[in-house]
Each structure stands twice: as C-alpha cells, then as structure tokens.
Design a protein around this ligand. Structure first.
Ligand code: ADP
Length: 432
C-alpha cells in the first residue's frame, strides 16, 4: 500500500492553503482537509503525497490547541505519514503561553522524538530569520506593525527568546553561517545542540537556497515545525520534483461566479476592475438584510438569467466609511455574521443553479461559504497568484436542483489582500 509522504498540521485555514500551495509548486500532490477527517484516506491515498489538516488553533487556549493537534497527528499517523510538519504563521503569531511551543512539545512527546527545528522564514514573502531574529521586509518583527496585533502582539523579534518562553524544553539556534555551509554542517550543528541538551533549534534562513539546504538536513526528522517556506525543501527528500502533474485538477465544468465579502484594499480594487470590465455585478446591502428583506432570494433571481453569459459578481465589499457606518448601526460582529450568512446562502443557491467554478474573496467569508457547501476536503491545484491556488472539491450537498451530474466544484479562496486587480477575470481564464 502506498503511504503519505508528509502529514501536515496547520494552525489556521488560509495558512493551510498557503502551505499546500508551496508543496504543490514543489511537486507534491496535496489534499487539504478542513478539520481532522473522520474517515481514513482510502481511495485518495494513491493520488496524494501530502495531506494538510487545517485547524483553527492559533489563538484558542493552549490545552485546546494541543488537543486538536494531537487528534490531527493521530489521523495522519494512521495514514502512514513518516514525517509531520507543524505549520504556523510566518510572523510567528503566538502569545507568551503559546500556542507554537506547547503544540510543538506535545507533538514531540507523542512522536517520541527529542529534537526538532523551528523557522517561520519565507523569503519569497519577505520573511527572513537572521541570528535568530525575524525580519518582515526591512523591519524587525517587533517594529513591523505586528507589535500592535489585536490577538497575538509580537513585541520581541528574538525567536529563541520568544519560543523559550513558551517551552519546557531548551531552545537553541542554528545560525546563517552554518546553514550556508549546507547539509553536513547543519546536521553536525544539530548533533552538537542535542549534546548540549537543546531540543528545539530556531534556524536562520535568508534565501530560498538556505531553505533548500535546510530541507536536505531535515530528511528523516519525525517532526518539522515552520511557516510555509520550509515546504519548498522537503519534496526532494521523497524523490519528488516540480511537475505540472502535481497541480492537475479535473477539467472545469459548469457556470462561473464570484462572491466577495472582503473589504480589504486589494479586493476593493478587484471588484472595481470587474465592474469596469463590463461584467454583471450586484451589491449586497447589509442594512437590507438587517431590515428582513430576502436578499438571498433577490440575489439568486438576479444572477440566474445572467450565469449563462459568463461570470457574475455578488459583493458586499464596501469602503471603510460605509463599513463603519453599517457597523455603527448593527455592531461589528453582528454585521459581519449577517453578511457571511447571506453570502454563504447565496453560494449554496449558486451551486444548486449549476455554478461549478466559484471564486470567494475574504478569509472569514471563505470559511462561511465552504462550511455552507459542506466541503471538508479540497485537492490543491495551480497557483493563480502568490498564495492563492485553484482547488477542487468533490461534489457534496446540496445536490444540484437540475439533477446534473456531481462533477465537483472548482473553487478558490482568496484572502483579502492577495491577488492582482484583474484577479476575478484572470482566475476563470486560467481555468479554461
Ligand atoms: P478579509 O480576508 O478581507 O479580511 P473577511 O471575509 O475575512 O475578509 O472579513 C470581512 C468581514 O467583513 C466579514 O465578516 C464580512 O461579513 C464583513 N463585511 C463584508 N461586507 C461588509 C459590509 N459592507 N459592512 C460590514 N461588514 C461587512
């Protein structure tokens, strides 16, 4: 029986897609699971090299994050994964209590391993680690804006210190000079650190070449912890090279639609560009939803006759002033939940009407839509823009009203600030 090569545990939803995207670009065929699967991988096993289990464990209590992660580990081990990759944010988002440290140590205990590495480095995305300090572009993490993050303020760029504060085990450093010398030097440094009682080594990386050298030295290590960057160096250890085959999805079928609940700058530009290109677009007004109008039914009635003519856009996307005014009247959370629920209901209605290519803009909006569509697993396909691949989900409820065949759904989940201005058109052109 063929086994998985790599089993991955990601501490949030869009971070999981980011990791999956990097693995696919390095040649692995990847399945992303939303939450821990309840069934074994059976038939899909022959078709995938890695599974990324997406959790929502970044900011929950450490004990809960540990419990979720151990559940994911047990499932991945049952599928035969010989190496586990714990993926966190490239800005090392955590609190003094965790969850990076506690989850890492719990996974080490469960795997019976006494040594692992930790590096959020992702040079393609301007995240580098130098002498144990994390830089975001030109700035230290602690001066990058992340010091003001509402949930996980990062006020110290020294990752050895940050991680040590979260761990019982000793944390050390493999610095850039060692990494530059390659696999043998990295392995020698690991042995030295181990001898000094270090269990977790923060690793410097300034470039993709550093990550590729590090990747060679991680061959056979039961647990790797990192951002998504290290993923580019692991597939060669399993004899896997980049190939178009890795990102192959079933042929696209059906009608096309875009749903946008993101109010981020990049998304606002994308909505404008789509409208300016003359494509049909309908704004969704939160106040009309709040007033009790059946906005979902209205939106679907608007879309239905247009779908045959190409992609349509339904958006609640609005400028900061408009959003603030709505939030002032409805409350921030209530407004968000109301819009998410409506867009998710529209997503179901569109799929029932034959949409099989769906672009969703917005992280929270994506979560709501995917949940409403009952999607639990997606095969990761080709990258549209950095960090945003097309995905394919086997068809799930709701069944199509027209009894058309269950071909499956192509979808892409775009977090707010990703993608070029023409993303909403470009995505469909690419799929064709
Ligand atoms: P992003 O990835 O850009 O952060 P999200 O979908 O994660 O996008 O978050 C956007 C949030 O704003 C969602 O909760 C969404 O329901 C809410 N929202 C969308 N449009 C509006 C609007 N016009 N007024 C108020 N809130 C809105």
């Amino acid at each position: 029986m063929k086994h998985l090569a790599l089993g991955c545990i990601a501490d949030d939803f869009t971070g999981a897609t980011d990791l999956a995207n990097n693995l696919v670009r390095a040649g692995m065929r990847v399945l992303q699971s939303l939450g821990v699967p309840t069934q074994p991988l059976a038939a899909e096993l022959a078709e995938v090299d890695a599974v990324v289990v997406a959790l929502k464990s970044r900011t929950v209590a450490p004990a809960e994050a540990v419990a979720q992660s151990l559940q994911a580990l047990a499932w991945l081990q049952a599928q035969g994964a010989p190496q586990i990759y714990f993926k966190y944010c490239s800005t090392f988002d955590s609190t003094p209590q965790g969850n990076i440290g506690p989850v890492t140590e719990a996974l080490m205990d469960a795997l019976g391993t006494d040594f692992t590495v930790a590096t959020p480095a992702f040079p393609d995305n301007q995240r580098t680690v130098f002498k144990g300090h994390l830089f975001v572009g030109e700035l230290l993490l602690s001066e990058s804006g992340m010091q003001h993050h509402p949930l996980t303020p990062m006020t110290d760029a020294n990752l050895v210190r940050v991680l040590q504060a979260q761990c019982r085990r000793k944390v050390g450093l493999i610095d850039y000079r060692v990494v530059a010398q390659g696999e043998a030097a990295i392995r020698a440094r690991m042995a030295q650190l181990r001898g000094e009682g270090v269990a977790i080594a923060v690793v410097d990386a300034l470039s993709n070449d550093d990550l590729l050298r590090l990747g060679q030295a991680l061959k056979g290590m039961p647990l790797v912890t990192a951002g998504s960057g290290v993923a580019i160096g692991l597939p060669p250890n399993f004899g896997i090279a980049p190939s178009a085959h890795a990102s192959q999805l079933p042929a696209a079928t059906g009608l096309q639609a875009v749903l946008s609940g993101s109010c981020s700058l990049a998304t606002r530009r994308q909505v404008q560009a789509f409208i300016q290109a003359g494509r049909p677009a309908l704004g969704i007004d939160p106040l009309r939803i709040a007033a009790g109008e059946d906005v979902t039914a209205q939106a679907l009635a608007w879309a239905e006759p247009l779908l045959a003519g190409g992609p349509v856009l339904l958006y609640s996307t609005a400028d900061p002033d408009a959003v603030e005014s709505v939030q002032g009247r409805l409350g921030v959370e209530a407004a968000g939940a109301l819009v998410e629920r409506t867009l998710a209901a529209i997503a179901r209605g569109l799929v029932q009407r034959g949409v099989r290519q769906l672009v969703v803009a917005g992280g929270e909006t994506s979560g709501a839509c995917v949940q409403a569509l009952g999607i639990t697993q997606m095969k990761i396909g080709p990258q549209i823009d950095p960090g945003v691949p097309w995905c394919h989900a086997k068809m799930v409820p709701p069944p199509p009203a027209d009894h058309s065949s269950h071909e499956g759904l192509h979808l892409t989940l775009k977090s707010g600030n990703f993608g070029s201005d023409d993303f909403f058109s470009k995505a469909f052109t690419m799929l064709a």
